[in-house]
Design a protein around this ligand. Structure first.
Ligand code: GAR
Length: 194
């Protein structure tokens, strides 16, 4: 199999990104070579530095109204994009440049609790508000609509009536760290020509 080069997009803390860095650290054919963020203060940038991975930031207009980001990705020979807590809608030109080569993780069982404005703690608060007895994670390909692309993987966990939204968040993070890296590996292999 030819080598794959992943770029991670993240807006915040980056615990998922770090789990992914670790998983692919010594991988023979799949490498995380770039991290991009819309947030210059995102902790994910420090995490990338610790792993010796190049990182950068972009503004809203660079991202949504120019070809800058696509050009940067192509200059780095990026083959796949992994969203890990990235909050902006992906513009059409980026979707078409990486059609079938962009994946996201959502901290709920889509189609429930998805869509614009549904991210991070807001999702877990909505899950509790609705009185759900289970929640989970969804890993899906990215298209022009928030949280609507082809579902690649889902798994669930129990929500106890005594769980706070923070406790739900912690269960979800554990599931994410356990599954996202290996699901990415399978998906990259399946979407790469031999
Ligand atoms: C994760 O729980 C991820 O599923 C969620 O943001 C968190 C980022 O955590 N993504 C969304 O809500 C996207 N709609 P992290 O920065 O610690 O990886």
């Amino acid at each position: 199999m030819s080598n794959s080069r992943i770029c991670i997009f993240a807006s915040g803390n980056g615990t998922n990104a770090e789990a992914i860095f670790k998983h692919f650290e010594n991988h023979p054919t799949i490498h995380v070579t770039l991290v991009l963020s819309n947030n210059p203060n995102a902790a994910v940038l420090e995490r990338a530095k610790k792993f010796g991975i190049e990182s950068g930031v972009f503004t809203k207009s660079e991202f949504s109204e120019s070809d800058d980001v696509v050009k940067r990705l192509l200059a780095h020979q990026i083959t796949h994009i992994v969203l890990a807590g990235f909050l902006w809608l992906i513009p059409k030109k980026l979707i078409s440049a990486y059609s079938g080569k962009m994946i996201n993780i959502h901290p709920a069982l889509l189609p429930k609790f998805g869509g614009k404005g549904m991210y991070g703690m807001r999702v877990h608060e909505a899950v509790k508000q609705a009185g759900e007895t289970e929640t989970g994670i969804t890993i899906h390909e990215v298209n022009e609509q928030y949280d609507k692309g082809r579902i690649v993987f889902q798994t669930s966990c129990v929500v106890l009536s005594s769980d706070t939204p923070e406790q739900v968040a912690s269960k979800i993070h554990n599931l994410e760290h356990q599954h996202y890296p290996r699901v990415i590996e399978q998906w990259v292999k399946a979407s790469t020509n031999p």
